[in-house]
Structures are given as structure tokens and as C-alpha cells.
Design a binder for this molecule. Structure first.
Ligand code: F6P
Ligand code: MN
Length: 330
């Protein structure tokens, strides 16, 4: 079975980028070890964690952030990192060619119940004449050169793209290597499965409410088929399911707060997941535009997300268009 780094070399991926990805692979092994230790994580250390010894009682999301930051910044090709857990960017090496944005431990409330969590990452090129400040990161997702996630589940999986299709690797814990287990994954255009936090129903736009009403109506409604719902409540796990067996995932616009109308983040969650889904033949849309075309204005900005099976996302968007005149400033 093919290992991660030789697979990238086969694809003629830039050696500097391979080096960044290798650093992420080291992070993945370290975090998976800690996640696997569960409540023992604060007691047992591991060889790679010497730099953060004495801080092992920290929550795993904070610890994961620290680990990724430190390991990535050791890589000479990393110009800067941006993390969901950091207010500002953290600068690395002046001549680094790449920027890495990451969500260190997505779905971290699942930690308390020993359920799936993951690390999501997005790698961008450093723009020419870069300013050395946060503006470097404000590029649309279509500029990404690599993106993926590591899922800490019953097995540890890395889903990954450099624009050459979507591949999945599984960590062989006996040898400590990610081995290629799935390639050229494609999401079926049709589906009868959806994932959404139904408890937010009353906060959605009318179009979203009508769409979900019609899914729930099953064979007796206008869609004339029954839909099943699945919701892990960790985006990384919900998107993983969609990549593996299809479906639609949505965390749409939400009227709870005029200033913070969405839940998920564009740079750490939306962009990397959107690219993986598009690589697998699916669609990823904010409700207003293709996610990968959004010009970010803030590294922490939030975005509406509707992604997955092509025809189902298109159907959902048609419902939303029908309510485009709805008041979005509620
Ligand atoms: O990162 C945010 C996150 O944990 C996602 O992984 C997940 O989809 C979402 O929040 C769940 O939030 P809620 O339970 O509020 O719907
Ligand atoms: Mn997250």
C-alpha cells in the first residue's frame, strides 16, 4: 500500500509543500495519540510533546493548537500560521512559501463523550510582495494548494487533496505511517440523506425551512421520497460521512445574531472542506456564492455552508433563491 509522502512525490508535488504536509502528518500522529489516551491524556505524555511538558492538563483543543503551531513553525517553508484558536496570525520563516490555516480540533465538545473529532487544514501560497501581516491570508479558497483533515475516529484517517483528486489514507499504527486506502472518491449526485442541526430550524431563512420541510415530508411531499438524517455534530465527521457515502451537509445562515450570523469559519472549515467536496464531484456553496470564490475580509470570518451531493445542493439552492427577498438583517 502506498505511503503518503511517496504518493505526493508521484504527483510531483513541490518538495517544500511536501515538507509542510509532513509536518502536519507528525502533528496528526501526536494528536491522535493524545485523543486516544482520552482522560489519561493529562497523565501520560509522549516523546514529541517535550516542548509543552508541564502543560498537559490543558484541554485537548488548546493542546492540539499549541502542538500544530509549534511543529509547523519548525518547518522552514512555513511563512505563517492562522488558527481558529489564535486571535492573530503567528509568523514563521521569512522565506517560507506557504501559509497554513487550521482548526486544531474540530468538534471538540465530542471529546467529553469519546466521539469523533478532527484537525482541518488549508494551505495557501504566500502572495508575491507579501506584507508579512494578516492580509497574506485573505485569499479565496480556490487559491489553496493543499487541504484536508485528519479524523480521529475508531481509525485515524487523513483525507487530502492537492488538486489531483481526493485521497484518503489510514494510519497504520503498527508502523506509524499513513497508507493510501481510498482514491479518486466521488460523491453521488443524488442522495436521500441529509445532515443539519434541526434545533436551529426557527432561525433559518424561509427558503431553508421550506427545503427541510419538504425533506421531512418524505414520499407524501413534493420530493416524493424519504430522506434519512445523520448528525454527528462535528463538521469533520459529518463531512467525512458525506465524502464516503454521499449526502448533504448544511450549516446555513442563521438569524440568532446580526453580527455573527453563521457558525462555521471560512478559512479553517469552509474552504478546505469545500475543496475536498468539489474534488469529489460535489458542490459547496454559502447560500449566496461558491465557497471557494469568497474573498475573505477577516481570517476568522464565518460562512454559511451547504455542501455535498451535487443535485441535492442545487435543489437546496433553488429553495433559497425562492426566498432571496427575505429580510436577512433580522
Ligand atoms: O467547529 C464548530 C463545530 O464544532 C462543528 O464541528 C459542528 O458542525 C458544529 O460546531 C456543531 O455546533 P452545534 O452543536 O451548535 O450545531
Ligand atoms: Mn471547528
Amino acid at each position: 500500500m502506498q505511503r503518503l509522502i511517496p504518493t505526493l512525490r508521484n504527483d510531483q508535488v513541490d518538495e517544500a509543500l511536501i515538507s509542510v504536509i509532513n509536518s502536519l502528518q507528525i502533528c496528526a500522529k501526536e494528536i491522535s495519540f493524545r485523543v486516544g489516551q482520552g482522560e489519561l491524556a493529562g497523565v501520560l505524555g509522549s516523546t514529541l510533546s517535550e516542548n509543552i511538558q508541564g502543560e498537559t492538563q490543558k484541554k485537548l483543543d488548546i493542546l492540539s493548537n499549541q502542538l500544530i503551531k509549534e511543529i509547523l513553525l519548525e518547518c522552514q517553508h512555513v511563512r505563517a500560521v492562522a488558527s481558529e484558536e489564535e486571535e492573530g496570525i503567528v509568523l514563521g520563516h521569512d522565506n517560507g512559501k506557504y501559509l497554513v490555516a487550521f482548526d486544531p480540533l474540530d468538534g471538540s465538545s465530542n471529546i467529553d463523550i469519546n466521539s469523533m473529532v478532527g484537525t482541518i487544514f488549508s494551505i495557501l501560497p504566500v502572495p508575491e510582495n507579501n506584507s508579512g501581516d494578516v492580509d497574506m491570508f485573505l485569499q479565496p479558497g480556490r487559491n489553496q494548494v493543499a487541504a484536508g483533515y485528519i479524523l480521529y475516529g475508531p481509525s485515524i484517517m487523513l483525507a487530502f487533496t492537492t488538486g489531483n483528486g481526493l485521497r484518503m489514507f489510514t494510519l497504520d499504527q503498527t508502523v506509524g505511517e499513513f497508507l493510501l486506502t481510498k482514491k479518486d472518491l466521488q460523491i453521488e449526485a443524488e442522495t436521500s440523506e441529509f445532515a443539519i442541526n434541526m434545533s436551529n430550524f426557527r432561525h433559518w431563512q424561509e427558503g431553508m425551512q421550506l427545503y427541510v420541510d419538504d425533506l421531512l415530508a418524505g414520499t407524501s411531499g413534493p420530493r416524493a421520497k424519504n430522506f434519512n438524517m445523520r448528525w454527528v455534530a462535528a463538521m469533520v465527521a459529518d463531512v467525512h460521512r458525506i465524502l464516503c457515502r454521499g449526502g448533504l451537509f448544511a450549516y446555513p445562515w442563521d438569524a440568532r445574531s446580526a453580527n455573527k450570523p453563521y457558525k462555521l469559519r471560512l478559512m479553517y472549515e469552509g474552504n478546505p472542506m469545500a475543496w475536498l467536496v468539489e474534488q469529489a464531484g460535489g458542490l459547496a456553496h454559502s447560500g449566496e456564492e461558491r465557497i471557494l470564490d469568497i474573498q475573505p475580509t477577516d481570517i476568522h470570518q464565518r460562512v454559511g455552508i451547504i455542501l455535498g451531493a451535487k443535485h441535492e445542493v442545487e435543489t437546496c439552492l433553488r429553495y433559497l433563491e425562492g426566498s432571496q427577498s427575505g429580510d436577512k438583517t433580522v
